[in-house]
Design a protein. Structure first.
Length: 374
């Protein structure tokens, strides 16, 4: 993504902060780079104070690094037979995965992003790269605007705004769904007509002022391909070759996310001392040759949470508009990992893929309910 011009050094602290707060009203940006693709001329960004690059390096987990060492044919075989490769442990504000990508295919990102922050998702295959800057939900934007415009004029303005934004961030951390947002883009044609192994990364970071660092980012769904995204045609798309897109975000999570439109758990708490088990039912609006469910124990580190994979079940395939439910497949977990109780809160991910030429895929995370294991 092209660099933005810098703010003038003679801006006052309060004026600079006000512009930072207003700046994340930007809509998702799309920038393209690939073979035989001409970059649009650089345009001056009218809001240069919004961060567009991460202040920290990308983290690649060991299983991702090992995958990258495989020959291309083995990488393709791995993704075709086992689906997208996500790390067993990762912080979603600095996240990397591997999956098939294809030119002109829709990509859906269903997420929640901390106020006054930026998230950048990058899709690449070989030398070709597509970068999308994700924005916040309309609700959070309205709340921030209210905080800024209602602050009193005078020496305390900056302090009042800082306190108001801080309180909003705390509210968001308690209930990330207030910041839920959905975006669909069509991958550029230069990714090719046939699916190829791609790298997908997400980095979320604060805009400032002051020292920039990681920002809270929650992923609710990620999918590629028309079949994997219900109603994908109704989503507005960013306008190609424009530095800014004016109709590129879907607010509030009102549309369907991925093809996995229902993930139902039979309980919200599980007591391993009583030998309790949780059953689950999954509905899919698309056909998948392979489906797996993964339970992640959510480890808390201050204001951030890191999902750690503790249990995985291969559920086989599913037909379009059908359920995966017990007794076949089993769709059951006893709350243990390696024979020991996995105590604490858990998120659930459902991942599906096809082996056909389209090779579309989808990943959906439980929301808003978590399973707590005792």
């Amino acid at each position: 993504m092209k660099s933005h011009s810098r703010a003038k050094s003679n801006w006052t602290r309060s004026g600079h902060f006000l512009l930072v707060i207003c700046g994340f009203a930007l809509f998702p940006l799309g920038t393209f780079r690939g073979a035989n693709f001409q970059q649009p001329p650089q345009q001056q960004d009218p809001k240069p104070f919004v961060a567009t690059t991460s202040p920290f390096p990308l983290v690649e987990e060991p299983e991702i690094q090992e995958f990258d060492k495989l020959p291309k044919a083995q990488q393709e075989e791995r993704l075709a037979n086992q689906g997208p490769l996500l790390p067993q442990k990762s912080n979603l504000d600095n996240f990397s995965m591997r999956a098939f990508v294809k030119g002109n295919s829709p990509l859906l990102v269903d997420y929640a992003l901390e106020p006054n922050s930026t998230a950048v998702i990058t899709i690449s295959a070989g030398a070709d790269k597509y970068t999308l800057t994700l924005k916040q939900s309309e609700m959070l934007e309205r709340r921030v605007t209210q905080i800024v415009t209602s602050a009193p004029v005078g020496d305390l303005k900056t302090q009042v705004i800082l306190r108001g934004i801080g309180e909003l961030i705390q509210e968001f951390l308690l209930k990330p769904s207030i910041g839920r947002n959905q975006t669909v883009v069509d991958l550029p044609e230069f990714f090719g007509a046939a699916p190829q192994v791609g790298k997908i990364t997400i980095q979320a970071f604060t805009n400032g002022p002051g020292v920039r660092g990681p920002a809270y980012f929650r992923l609710y769904g990620l999918a590629l391909g028309s079949a994997a995204i219900p109603n994908h045609a109704s989503f507005p798309r960013p306008v190609p070759l424009l530095h800014h897109a004016t109709t590129s975000a879907i607010f509030g999570g009102t549309r369907d996310s991925t093809a996995f439109d229902e993930v139902i758990l039979t309980r919200s708490t599980l007591d391993t001392r009583k030998r309790e088990r949780v059953n689950y039912r999954i509905h899919s609006r698309a056909k998948f040759n392979g489906v797996k469910v993964i339970f992640y124990r959510v480890e808390e580190f201050g204001r951030f949470s890191v999902p750690l994979e503790v249990y995985q079940e291969d559920l086989g395939g599913v037909l379009e508009n059908n359920w995966l439910a017990p007794p076949n497949p089993r769709c059951e977990w006893d709350g243990k990992s390696g024979g020991a109780p996995s105590k604490g809160p858990h998120d659930v991910e459902v991942r599906g893929w096809v082996k056909s030429d389209d090779r579309y895929w989808a990943s959906a995370w439980s929301t808003p309910k978590r399973l707590r294991v005792k």
